[in-house]
Structures are given as C-alpha cells and as structure tokens.
Design a protein around this ligand. Structure first.
Ligand code: CMP
Length: 140
C-alpha cells in the first residue's frame, strides 16, 4: 500500500538514542524536513524479531553484538513517509559508521560508533515493504 504522502520507510530510533534522550532531536529533524510520521511506537525488539529484521546479517561476525545492543532496551519504531523518503532519510542519517558520517547528518553529529549509530532506515522499497510488514502488520 502507498501512503497519501508518497513513499514509506521503516525507521528505528535505536536503544542508544532512547537512552541518550535524542528521540525528539531525531524526530524533529524528520518533521522539519517535511516528512510525515504515519505510525510510531515505543517498544523493545526481542531476539526473534532481531533475527527477522536483520535476516541478511545474521551470519555476519558483527551480528551477535548488534543483536545484544538492539535488544538492550526500548526503541522507537516508526513509519515515515514523503517524496523519495527512503533516499532522503538515508542522506539525513549518514554513513553507517558515525566516525565517518558527514557532519550535519544524524550519525555524523551524534555517533562515534558503527554499531551504536542511533537510527536504522529501510534501504530500498523492497526492504521498506518487508520491514513495515514485520513491525506494523496492520499497515501493510
Ligand atoms: P543498520 O542501518 O541498522 O543496519 C545494520 C546494522 O548493523 C547497522 O545499522 C549497524 O548498527 C550494524 N553494523 C553494520 N556494520 C557493522 C560493523 N562492521 N560492525 C558493527 N556493527 C555494524
């Protein structure tokens, strides 16, 4: 299903951002850009959901500590929509490694880690569809 405001992305504001009190800062950036929040919930990711969400990473060496981090506390799951939202949000969050992400991006401004990097956003329309189905089945 498409949104009235265009393309949709699944965004996770990760446990490090919640612990550090950066939820408002991050959502504010999306809102000021003109993107719309279609759905939002504060919840935790359990081990099974982590394995499903990160299905393409489960065999990678970085996955066990990533899973431990992502299940370590509450996160904010959102569906965000807008014109070319997938590309727009990925530009706003910056490169995976916060140490290398450009200044002015969320990771570039607030993260010094390639694991605890504050935000996840869908990387393609197919990923967005799969991830929205996983986190917000009522919207899919
Ligand atoms: P995310 O956009 O959620 O997608 C996969 C996540 O794995 C990524 O953000 C990081 O949190 C994490 N990640 C990716 N590469 C590495 C790495 N080399 N070392 C540690 N964590 C990583």
């Amino acid at each position: 299903m498409t949104s009235p405001s265009g393309e949709r992305s699944l965004v996770l504001i990760k446990p490090d951002a919640v612990r550090r009190g950066l939820v408002g800062e991050i959502i504010g950036r999306f809102e000021r850009k003109g993107l719309a929040v279609d759905a939002m919930v504060l919840r935790s990711m359990d081990a099974a959901l982590a394995d499903q969400h990160y299905t393409e990473h489960v065999d990678k060496a970085f996955y066990p500590p990533l899973k431990e981090f992502m299940t370590s506390g509450p996160l904010v799951a959102m569906v965000v929509s807008g014109d070319q939202v997938i590309e727009v949000i990925r530009a706003m969050i910056g490169s995976t490694d916060g140490r290398k992400a450009a200044a002015g991006t969320i990771r570039g401004d607030f993260s010094l880690s390639n694991r605890e990097n504050l935000v996840h956003a869908s990387d393609s329309p197919d990923s967005a569809k799969r991830e929205i189905q996983l986190w917000f089945p009522e919207l899919a």
